[in-house]
Design a protein around this ligand. Structure first.
Ligand code: MIG
Length: 680
């Protein structure tokens, strides 16, 4: 049951696809006050759990901190941060049912693209307080436990994005790959050493002076044929697109945008000037449908050269500085020249300079044209990344209809999940960021974002061999499995390390599990369900499961419990029921044993993967040849089955050609009965 409440005159966000009438009843699950915006509050019981909020720091249970929806380019994802790149204003307050009692859990979605604060017991331990603007729509969902609430919410916001099948392969990226030769090396080193690889990313260096939709001819003299050369090896190139369009005379996108009035305007109606990579830029007004269609159309330039995947970056949008503010700051700094700077003046000067980037005043100084109405950016800030990605996806429907194109974004808002996935931005080579990534996954899935993953090995700082290996052992299960790192950090392609065979084994396991991972992803997308779930979603009656913050259910058959602690040779694992523990040293080298419900210490060597199969469940594993290099090589692979069954279990295996858009459960699912004697 979903109830809708409208306050003030909200802008149309397109987060929701289902038309539902406004509720006549009072909003009852939380107490509402309206003054200076909306304030909702309710008392939480000690055992209540709060799930959701998508891309945020801290645990799956969000209690004990406050979270601010305000898309921010902040590359330090430490636990004191209140905002990351996305804004996902959906949470569930989960209250365990006492016998015979009516269900008192609920979900709430605050459809407000401006700043929204969720104080989940930070200020007052027992109080959940939500503060939003005065113009917003609030949806309250009541249902039978969190799984049901999520499903209703997902119906409300529409089906999740489905990437091509090759995007489930292993992918390699690095900011700093500069030219054809760099890319060739990456492919040669992986494939040459038997490490599968489906895609290589092109970061900003492929462009000419950081101009969107250009390719630097010095680095890629024959881009189209180079894309073709890679395709022959079934390797896809995935270029980055940035939000800011360089201001440069005769650069067609700039010229056209100015002429047609498609850029965001400042208060005087002039094109707003900010600076990012290329120096001065304008922001395409992707909140304006016409401008969105225009900007999206530009992706064709690269698609015509064979490109079939993109990642959209810097679309919070990130601002290094605005022209106007820079002028002011420069004046102030120059005035300090030759002064004797004391503690106050020195720190003031420092703050001025640091405060140039992502300055809140700048976000209040430009405007969108939404259906002819002038809207100040800060009111709709969180919609920018969503609509940049939507621009691309809507254009793909025109340019390559019927075909799936890989697309994911850094910034997002609920609703964008229909158009693309996200990656979780600039994490670090920290052990704690394996755990952070694990905890973000189910929160994102709740909000419809299924195609997602983190920069494996860590984006910032130098990685180490053991960190990368452990990270991969978790990321085997994330739909987006991409190793990415920043320029200047230690190179972290798997072949840079001593034990290539360990990496080969782990990455090949991903490909072996692909029939399962793909099936589970597709079923989750097509049935509006979650691929990753906290344990308590599957075991709602289990009072301990709800405490587990470092294990996940992955698809319907598996539980995972990765090692994310430096030098740990194993870990404690909680089993909410008896399970089959399968230990894989490589795809073919597997042993298994049944473990009983409860706590276990499980040894897990650095180069091993351990997974747990639920009772009466099975999963397919593809049999791979030694010469397997990409997902294209396993299209016709045979399966073996592993599982934990008494007599027989059924599995719904989904498969399709991996590229056509009309994915359909009825046509592409096979119900397979696996008997005990069929198990490998
Ligand atoms: O300010 O394009 O999150 O993945 O490598 C850095 C360079 C800009 C940020 C992205 C990161 C990418 C980097 N970009």
């Amino acid at each position: 049951m979903i109830k809708k409440y409208v306050f003030g005159r909200p802008v149309k966000t397109d987060a929701v696809v289902m038309e539902i009438p406004e509720s006549k009843e009072e909003l009852s699950v939380m107490e509402l006050t309206e003054s200076d915006g909306i304030r909702l509050c309710c008392r939480m019981e000690e055992t209540d759990v709060v799930y959701g909020l998508g891309e945020q720091v801290r645990g799956m249970n969000k209690r004990g901190f406050s979270y601010v929806s305000h898309a921010t380019d902040d590359p330090a994802h430490t636990e004191d941060k209140h905002s990351l790149y996305g804004a996902h204003n959906f949470l569930i307050l989960h209250r365990r049912k006492q016998a015979e009692e009516e269900n008192r859990s609920f979900g709430i979605f605050v459809d407000d693209p401006g700043r929204v604060v969720f104080d989940v017991g930070e200020t007052k331990h027992d109080w959940l307080v939500i503060r939003a603007g005065s113009d917003c729509v609030i949806y309250v969902i009541d249902g039978d436990g969190p799984k049901d609430v999520v499903k209703q919410f997902r119906r409300l916001i529409g089906r999740s994005y489905i990437p091509p099948k090759w995007a489930f392969g292993y992918q390699q990226s690095r900011w700093g790959y500069c030219c054809e030769e760099d890319i060739r090396t990456v492919v040669r080193e992986h494939h040459g050493q038997g490490v599968p690889l489906d895609a290589v990313y092109l970061d900003i260096d492929y462009m000419e002076d950081y101009k969107d939709f250009t390719v630097d001819e010095k680095k890629f003299p024959q881009f189209e044929s180079f894309v073709g050369e890679m395709k022959e090896q079934d390797v896809h190139l995935v270029p980055i697109i940035d939000a800011g369009v360089k201001i440069e005379k005769d650069y067609p996108i700039y010229e056209e945008g100015v002429q047609k009035g498609y850029f965001c305007k400042d208060e005087n109606g002039e094109d707003f000037v900010a600076a990012v990579w290329p120096g001065r830029v304008h922001f395409p007004d992707v909140l304006n449908a016409e401008a969105r269609a225009w900007f999206g159309g530009k992706y064709k330039v690269l698609m015509d050269q064979g490109i079939d995947g993109f990642w959209n970056d810097m679309n919070e949008p990130a601002i290094f500085y605005s022209e106007k503010n820079l002028g002011k700051v420069m004046d102030e700094v120059i005035a300090l020249k030759d002064e004797n700077l004391d503690i106050h003046s020195f720190f003031h000067m420092k703050e001025l300079v640091v405060g140039l980037s992502n300055n809140q005043e700048d976000y209040k100084s430009f405007y969108h044209n939404m259906d002819g109405v002038k809207v100040r950016h800060d009111k709709v800030h969180n919609l920018y990344g969503f609509n940049m990605t939507r621009a691309a996806a809507e254009a793909f429907d025109r340019i390559a209809p019927g075909k799936r194109t890989l697309l994911f974004s850094r910034s997002s808002y609920i609703g964008m999940h229909r158009y693309g996935g996200i990656w979780t931005g600039d994490n670090r080579s920290w052990w704690s960021h394996i755990l952070l990534s694990l905890q973000q996954m189910p929160s994102l899935n709740m909000c419809g974002i299924l195609y997602t993953g983190s920069d494996i090995g860590g984006f910032g700082n130098d990685t180490t061999e053991d960190l990368l290996l452990r990270w991969l052992e978790f990321a085997i299960f994330t739909p987006l499995m991409r190793n990415h790192s920043a320029i200047g950090t230690r190179e972290q392609e798997v072949y840079q390390f001593e034990h290539i065979e360990d990496f080969r084994n782990i990455i090949r396991i991903r490909y072996g599990l692909l029939p399962y991972i793909y099936s589970e992803y597709m079923k989750a997308a097509l049935k509006d369900e979650m691929y990753f779930r906290p344990l308590s979603f599957d075991y709602p009656e289990d009072a301990h499961a709800v405490q587990v913050e470092d294990q996940l259910m992955a698809g319907e058959s598996l539980m995972i419990a990765p090692v994310y602690v430096q030098n740990a040779g194993g870990r404690y694992v909680y089993l909410p029921e008896d399970m089959l523990m399968v230990r894989l040293k490589s795809l073919g080298d597997r042993t298994s044993e049944v473990l009983t419900k409860g706590h276990h210490y499980v040894e897990i060597a650095l180069n091993e993967l351990v997974i747990f199969v639920k009772k009466n469940h099975v999963l397919p594993i593809a049999v791979l040849g030694d010469d397997m290099r990409t997902t294209a090589d396993i299209a016709d692979a045979e399966y073996e089955w592993i599982g934990f069954v008494e007599d027989a279990a059924e599995y719904l295996l989904y498969d399709d050609d991996g590229i056509a858009k009309n994915c359909n459960l009825e046509e592409n699912c096979k119900k397979i009965t696996v008997r005990r004697e069929d198990l490998a």
